[in-house]
Design a protein around this ligand. Structure first.
Ligand SMILES: Nc1nc2c(c(=O)[nH]1)N[C@H]1C(S)=C(S)[C@@H](COP(=O)(O)OP(=O)(O)OC[C@H]3O[C@@H](n4cnc5c(=O)[nH]c(N)nc54)[C@H](O)[C@@H]3O)O[C@H]1N2
Ligand SMILES: Nc1nc2c(c(=O)[nH]1)N[C@H]1C(S)=C(S)[C@@H](COP(=O)(O)OP(=O)(O)OC[C@H]3O[C@@H](n4cnc5c(=O)[nH]c(N)nc54)[C@H](O)[C@@H]3O)O[C@H]1N2
Ligand SMILES: [Mo]
Length: 695
């Protein structure tokens, strides 16, 4: 804390903490607090990669903390579901009601009729898989497969390399070739961008593989605007080229990999011409890329999450992540790959949850709607949502809404703000933000651990997850509060599992650097964590799970009814749906002028984007950076941000990825039509359509 005399008089202090939100950067923060209230949030230098600056979203996070949407007390529904009529109750009453209902429901339907539903939330280590998991495991509820994000890429990284830590941002300046594959750090992890620019200034080449011409694609030496869902064949054509031209690193593969022949066999058919036809690219561009990748070292592939969200996402991740092995790119600073580093510390939540996972029913979160409406034996009678906003973020939004509308479903939503999901709950519980309680942030872009400290008192009666789950457990007669009576107790329990030095650093200075000073070189400092320490290029277990087979492409022809592919990537306005409440403008569908022209669309028109699952009414923006045939809506919109209360996920099916049961957000097929055109005469301008907002 730093404070002068004046500061003390006015109760002004600057507190160091960390942003725990779901972003690879985990920025170290300086938060200035005056008279107990946040007045500013800025970056600090504690995390060297933060380098004193942060994104605009977190800079204005106090608007969430003190905003109109904030939930400050436990609420119980008094009107019809969704009518937003609430009665404020005490924690005692709210938890009493929940405990009674849980007990009754278990008696009548069995504990598996209760479905806990959570994803990242604030993404800290304390706020998930601690007291919550111990409670639900002991109670014997259904289990949740947390598949909405990163499951195809994680499964691939696990199978190939045992989730070996990857290249971190500061080492990008050593690369001579950077490949951004389905990743858009200008929105989704801004601290990588200056390192890429520095590398370019030092002579590195940049390749971007993305259906959109992103900011960095504009600066790239080569941009492959692939059709969404076709990355697997693009990567396989590079493998084929490497093998056929004697450019594969046979010695490295012989020493460190297995399954080489089988990968090679599956790559053989993917000539540049064939792959280019599928990905709708110029085959010459593919050849250029292959030559660059073969020739230039150190080369790093930043594998993002944009490429996994389609029917071929698992195979795409496998084929992309296998490239540095085949091309022999490891063993030098700035060479190899970056995927998630979330496992860099090899921490296992099971150690601190303490209770083993019961063998109860597993529900894939991407199929929430189906689970609520169709699953039997037993049907889901209670949904406990926390750290998640499924109405905004899960596939097939209309089915999710239909499920949540069930009169006989008892829904609890534990959140910081009145989300679109909370609006449909029976009981809403107020949660603290990462600025109001302790937590531990584990970076997935870098390798450090950082301590999140409470910067202000909890707003209203908000409480941290651990405390609430521990108290609920006590009411249910379960043993949870031994480690989890409060966030401080949880912090002590959890950090006890860290190596001594890291534990001291984290608690003393709030920052513990990861392996090799946070800059591991793959195959020098870190190695595959597979059982035999080898790279497994053809994981047989996944071949069995994968309906199409490993390294195989599954086509999905665009139908004439729905000829456009819809993607919905991260934007700089929200983190998933977090902060979506602050968005004031109606969302726009981005469409290439050549797709707009035959539909008679111009920027600012109101459109209907539709398919067999739903429709979204919004504005349209003509954007030549979109790929022809691909349209885009922002990820994480709240229902109020469109004209009919539906968002991109109303158009996304709950079909799963080839590996891991992931979501296929970027594989939706849609049609777009202008909504209202009132022309008075052929020579008069059309009037602006008047559409009543339903939210
Ligand atoms: N500001 C902000 N930052 C975030 C988030 C956020 O919502 N907002 N979310 C966080 C989370 S949870 C995650 S998982 C990460 C995600 O961050 P990223 O890895 O960047 O993932 P996306 O934003 O989903 O998509 C990245 C790019 O993939 C492209 N893309 C879409 N489909 C395909 C395809 O089939 N192939 C290829 N090659 N590219 C494709 C998109 O056009 C987009 O530019 O970001 C994190 N950071
Ligand atoms: N169309 C489309 N949809 C997508 C994606 C896409 O690319 N396209 N991407 C997907 C991705 S990558 C992800 S990761 C998911 C994320 O989907 P979600 O997990 O739903 O993430 P958020 O929307 O950020 O919602 C997290 C909620 O947790 C609450 N919360 C935060 N901290 C706490 C806490 O400490 N306690 C409690 N009780 N609550 C807390 C926040 O207020 C917020 O409402 O969205 C997915 N949805
Ligand atoms: Mo994500």
């Amino acid at each position: 804390m730093s404070s002068g005399d004046d500061d003390l008089k006015w109760g002004r202090s600057t507190v160091e903490t960390v942003c725990t939100l779901d972003c690879p950067d985990t920025c170290s923060l300086e938060v200035t607090v005056e008279k107990g209230k946040i007045v500013s949030i800025d970056g600090s230098d504690k995390n060297p990669v933060t380098d004193g600056y942060i994104c605009g979203k977190v800079r204005r996070f106090s608007e969430r903390v003190y905003g109109d949407a904030r939930v400050t007390d436990p609420l119980v529904r008094t009107g019809p579901r969704g009518a937003e009529k609430w009665k404020t109750v005490t924690w005692d009453e709210a938890l009493g009601t929940i405990a009674t209902r849980m007990t009754e429901i278990r008696q009548q339907w069995g504990a598996q009729s209760i479905l806990p539903f959570s994803y990242g939330g604030s993404n800290g280590l304390l706020s998930q898989d601690t007291a919550d998991a111990r409670l639900f495991r002991q109670f014997g509820t259904s289990r949740l497969a947390r598949t909405v994000c990163a499951i195809p890429t994680t499964t691939a990284n696990q199978a190939l390399y045992g989730k070996m830590p990857g290249v971190t941002y500061p080492d990008y300046c050593h690369a001579k070739l950077i490949v951004l594959w389905g990743a858009n750090p200008s929105s989704s992890g801004i601290h990588l961008v200056p390192h890429i620019k520095a590398a370019q200034e030092a002579g590195a080449a940049l390749v971007v593989i993305d259906p959109r011409r992103t900011n960095l694609a504009r600066r790239a030496d080569l941009h492959l605007a692939v059709k969404p869902g076709t990355d697997v064949v693009v990567a396989l054509s590079i493998h084929r080229y490497l093998f056929e031209h004697g450019l594969a690193d046979e010695q490295f593969l012989a020493d460190h990999a297995k399954g080489v022949t089988r990968l090679r066999e599956r790559a053989t058919e993917w000539t540049f011409d064939r792959a280019a036809a599928v990905a709708e690219l110029d085959p010459e561009l593919l050849e250029n890329f292959a030559e660059m990748y073969a020739d230039i070292s150190p080369a790093v592939v930043r594998c993002g999450w944009g490429l996994e969200r389609n029917r071929n996402g698992g195979n795409a991740a496998l084929a992309v992540l296998a490239l540095p092995a085949v091309a022999g790119k490891f063993g030098v600073r700035g060479g190899g790959y970056s995927m998630s580093n979330a496992d860099a510390w090899a921490l296992s939540a099971d150690d601190w949850i303490g209770t083993p996972e019961p063998n109860t029913r597993m529900v894939n979160m991407n199929r929430l709607g189906r689970a609520l409406l169709e699953y039997q034996d037993p049907p889901i009678q209670m949904l406990f949502v926390y750290n998640c906003n499924p109405v905004a973020t899960m596939p097939n939004q209309n089915l999710v809404l239909e499920g949540l509308a069930r009169e006989d479903l008892f829904t609890v939503v534990f959140d910081q703000v009145m989300t679109d999901t909370a609006k449909l709950a029976d009981v809403v519980l107020p949660a603290t933000t990462f600025l109001e309680s302790y937590d531990v942030a584990q970076s997935y872009g870098l390798t450090n651990l950082q301590l999140a400290r409470p910067v202000i008192e909890a707003v209203g009666n908000a409480r941290p997850n651990v405390e609430v789950f521990a108290e609920l457990a006590t009411r249910l007669g379960l043993e949870v509060d031994t480690d989890y009576g409060s966030d401080v107790e949880a912090l002590i329990r959890l950090t006890a599992d860290l190596p001594d030095e890291a534990q001291h650093k984290l608690m003393d200075s709030g920052f513990a650097e990861g392996v090799a000073g946070g800059r591991p070189i793959q195959f020098i400092d870190v190695f595959p964590r597979t059982p035999d320490r080898k790279i497994c290029l053809f994981p047989e277990n996944l071949e069995r799970e994968n309906v199409t087979g490993l390294y195989r492409y599954k086509d999905q022809p665009t139908s004439s009814d729905y000829p456009l592919t819809l993607i919905s990537p991260a934007t700089d306005k929200t983190i998933c749906s977090t902060l979506g409440e602050l968005r004031s403008r109606v969302a726009s569908l981005h469409i290439h002028p050549e797709d707009a022209e035959p539909r008679g669309l111009t920027t600012g028109d109101t459109v209907r984007v539709f398919n067999e699952f739903g429709e979204v009414h919004c504005l349209v923006t003509l954007n030549a950076d979109m790929r022809h045939g691909t349209v885009g809506l922002p990820k994480g919109l709240w229902r109020m941000s469109t004209l009919n209360g539906s968002t991109a996920n109303a158009l996304v099916s709950d079909d799963l990825t080839d590996i891991g049961g992931g979501a296929t957000f970027n594989d939706a097929r849609v049609q777009v039509a202008r909504m209202v055109t009132v022309s008075f005469s052929s020579d008069r301008a059309q009037t602006t359509p008047q559409i009543k907002r339903v939210h």
